[in-house]
Design a binder for this molecule. Structure first.
Ligand code: ATP
Ligand code: MG
Length: 368
């Protein structure tokens, strides 16, 4: 039986947060039972705006793996992949870049708002502008299928399918990706200013402590005009109500609370106490499972999935290159003796290689 495919991913720029949980993770937990799900840790993509801070990106790879396992993604069902370790995806990206114009990339509304948020207006890293193409290459190279994402990814999905259609006119016969949005496709940040995001510093992490949760909820933006309990308050854009709508299982009571708040007579503190209870009930099991996962367990699972994924990505790449019409050399001869050029320009068989006094590579301070 052919199991349908699904793929999604996250940037290792910080721990996963409540926005990921309702925007994509809950859908992933469901999909793992019906689909062959691939979850990509997009560390190359994270470097497109974090090239000055590679240690942050590297350190968050294992944190993401722990978050995945803690929310209930099952490693016997899900394939976890580290993007930078699948170079076939970058080959594919380079070819796909020729099917997109710079203008098209510049018009991408998500990229535009991210450029503003990161202050990149005057020095846009070329890789950052092109990351939607790299994301399309990830989806195509790893098989495509259902893609559970938040609504900031809609322009990326449009570009991905645009590229799939272009490759199909060359005979690639690739499936279009299917975007899967949740009922909360964009969770607002605690500051009430926009999407909860790792890079904006307005997130509540899934692994946060009870104290951190309490402090974040205390600071959450409500209605600045709602000064006295008796004042009528605004529900729209009010972070506490946004979170109650997304997480409180008692939807009828939340609707009553909204009406009460709008009439006046309901204080922010009472609402925040309720929210704290709801969020603690959601996060405490995640927090408990998270501390049980060791670094080595998490990284072994990631390595296994990554090596499996490479073989498939290589096949897709070869197929796409042959459809584009890229020159392909015959495979290397199977003589068993590989010749290696030595530093003086001569050749000698690898079998007889006895390098004199090999010194470790000087990594010039980059090997930390
Ligand atoms: P960064 O700030 O580094 O871009 P991020 O918080 O936006 O990080 P990503 O790794 O870019 O997180 O996004 C991973 C997935 O989670 C994407 O599918 C994205 O749409 C979804 N997602 C991220 N933030 C939210 C949110 N606030 N609400 C709903 N979905 C979200
Ligand atoms: Mg993002």
């Amino acid at each position: 039986m052919n199991i349908p495919l699904a793929i999604t991913g996250d940037r290792p720029t910080g721990p996963l947060h409540l926005g990921h949980y309702v925007g994509s993770l809950l859908n992933r937990v469901q999909l793992q039972h019906t689909h062959q799900l691939t979850v990509l840790i997009a560390d190359f993509q994270a470097l497109t705006d974090n090239m000055g801070n590679p240690q942050k990106v590297r350190a968050n790879i294992v944190e993401l793996m722990k978050d995945y396992l803690a929310v209930g993604l099952d490693p016997s069902k899900v394939r976890f992949v580290l993007q930078s370790a699948v170079p076939e995806l970058f080959s594919l990206t380079c070819y796909l870049q020729n099917l997109v114009s710079v203008g098209q990339l510049e018009r991408n509304p998500t990229v535009r708002s991210e450029l503003t948020a990161r202050g990149f207006e005057r020095g846009i890293p070329a890789g950052f502008l092109c990351y939607p193409v790299s994301q399309a290459a990830d989806i195509i190279g790893l098989g495509g299928g259902m893609v559970p994402v938040g609504d900031d990814q809609l322009p990326m999905m449009e570009l991905c399918n645009d590229l799939v259609r272009k490759l199909n006119t060359m005979g690639a016969n690739l499936p279009l990706a299917n975007t899967l949005l949740s009922s909360t496709p964009r969770l607002i940040g605690v500051d009430g200013k926009g999407k909860m995001s790792k890079s904006a510093g307005n997130a509540i992490a899934l692994g946060c402590s009870a104290l951190e949760l309490e402090q974040a909820i205390k600071m959450a933006y409500t209605d600045p005009q709602h000064l006295k309990v008796s004042d009528p308050g605004r529900v729209e854009g009010n972070v506490v109500f946004e979170y109650l709508s997304a997480f409180d299982p008692n939807t009828a009571e939340v609707e009553e609370l909204k009406a009460h708040y709008q009439r006046g007579g309901l204080g922010d503190m009472a609402l925040k106490r309720r929210l704290l209870g709801v969020m603690e009930a959601t996060l405490s099991p995640i927090r408990e499972r998270r501390v049980q996962v060791s670094d080595s367990e998490a990284l072994d699972i990631l390595a296994k999935g990554t090596y499996e994924a490479r073989a498939g990505a290589q096949q897709v790449l070869e197929h796409v290159l042959s459809c584009i019409g890229v020159a392909q050399l015959p495979p290397p001869p199977l003589s068993g003796v590989v010749t290696v050029r030595d530093e003086y320009g001569g050749c000698f068989p690898e079998d007889n290689l006895s390098p004199p006094d090999v010194q470790p590579l000087d990594r010039g301070g980059c090997g930390n």
